[in-house]
Structure formats: structure tokens, C-alpha cells
Design a protein around this ligand. Sequence first.
Ligand code: NJP
Length: 240
Amino acid sequence: MLKDQVAIITGASRGIGKEIAFQLAGQGMKLTVVGSSDEVYASAEELKQKGFTNILAVQADISKEADVQNVVAKTMEAYGDIDLLVNNAGIGFFKLTEEVTFDEWQKVFEVNVHGVFLGAKAVLPHMKERKSGTILTISSDVGRYTIANGSAYTATKYAVQGFSGSLAQEVREYGIRVGTINPGMVDTYFAGGSQGVPEKEDWLKVEDIAKAVVYMASAPKHMVIDEIVLHPLIQQYPIA
Ligand code: NJP
């Protein structure tokens, strides 16, 4: 079903986004992979080494409107269509509120919230014209419940939930589906961490999240999966 369709995946340099790219390429999709560092080119190269041919890498900061517009323009130029946007890129940090600088607060909102808005805004005209498309955002379980020492990050993910829910209502009549995937702890490089370390052995794996993306994106046209929440068994949810 996804074969020959076109997907844009943000934050595909590493972690969850990179695995989403591999799994969507495995479904036969044509991809634009996005990251703010040149690591995104290495990620695209790995995909090509595996034999996937329709892989376009665009270095772009999703918090900058011109960058996001460029991603969409390059995708349209290369493939002529956009079926799926996966808003995956995100950053986070965990500290007491009084220790968060205003610069840090602004930065996490710029990437996690503004980036999601800018991505959706840029693909919507194309999807509306075709009366079809899917916009998925990797949000978080903390978009659904609050935690201590993470007020800035939590606030961004609540914002993303609100945005996605509202957008879903707005674009339903155009055949466009909007959903969120809300994971608990995933073994990635998130928040300056390392992937594959023993402490994260029981955490969710990037494959778990990527499979949820494939499932949501390949749902039949008459159906929208609004949200998937998933956790490692070791993680208590919801927090009392
Ligand atoms: O993190 P990481 P994850 N413009 O650090 C890119 C959510 N989540 O895979 O820019 C464009 O391994 C960056 O690439 P680069 C989380 O909130 C996670 O875990 O080149 N791209 C890299 O490819 C986030 O929304 C957990 O450095 C930008 C990628 O983003 C999503 O999962 C739990 C960018 C980050 O890879 C993926 O995070 C949860 C920018 N401005 C939600 N800034 C978890 N891991 O436990 C960063 O609930 N990137």
C-alpha cells in the first residue's frame, strides 16, 4: 500500500527517525530524509547502501521556515507528490524549572513545536489539493501526563498534542489524516544520551516506534489512527 508513495521524515540522521526511514524505505516508499547536521547525508548513504534508490537527503533546521519550505520544494521537484510527513525531529532536556534558561526554553519550543507547525503548514497545500495525505508526529507520553524536572519539554509535547488534535479536525474533510505516536523511554541519543548502552536494555527500541509509524501510515484510507501510546513494560504509566 505504501509502495511508491512519498514520505518526508524529519530527524532522520539517527535514533527513531533513522529507523523510520529504513522501515518506510522497506515498504517501497520514496523518501526525503531531513536533519539539521550533515549526519543526515551519512544516514541517506546507509539507506542507499542497502539498495534503496529513491532517497533524497536535505540538511535543514526544522525551526526555520525557509529551510522547511526548501525541504518541501525539493521533495516536490524530485517526486512530484507528498503522501506522508513524519514530524519526528525533537530535542529535550530535563532540569528544574528555575535552572532552565530562557534560551533553552525558546530553543525547545522552536524545534518541537514550531518545527511541527512549519512542517504541517508546508505540506498541507499539496495534500489538500490531492485530497489525501497523512501527517504523523512523534510526540511523547509526556504530551499526555506531566513529570517533574521536565517542564519545558513536557510543555512542548502538550502543545504538539493540542496542535495535532485541532489540525486533525480541520483537515479531515480533505481526506488528510493526522496522528501522534506517544512513546515512553526509547533507546536513542535523545537528550545527549547514548544508544545501545546496558542501562537502556529494557527500554523501547527504535524499531518499536517505526513499526507504529508503518501501521498508522498504511491504515486503509477510510480509517485514521489518532494516537498510539507505547511504553517499555518496566516504565510505570500513567504516573500517579
Ligand atoms: O532522539 P535523537 P530521538 N532540525 O537525539 C534531529 C521523541 N521522543 O530519536 O539535527 C532538524 O536520537 C537530529 O538530527 P541533527 C523526541 O521528543 C523520544 O529519541 O542532524 N532536525 C536527530 O536526527 C523526538 O521528537 C523519546 O542532529 C533536528 C533527531 O532529530 C523524537 O522522539 C521519548 C533538529 C533526534 O534524534 C525523536 O527523538 C519520547 C532540527 N532543529 C519522545 N534538532 C526517547 N528517546 O526516550 C534535532 O517520549 N534534529
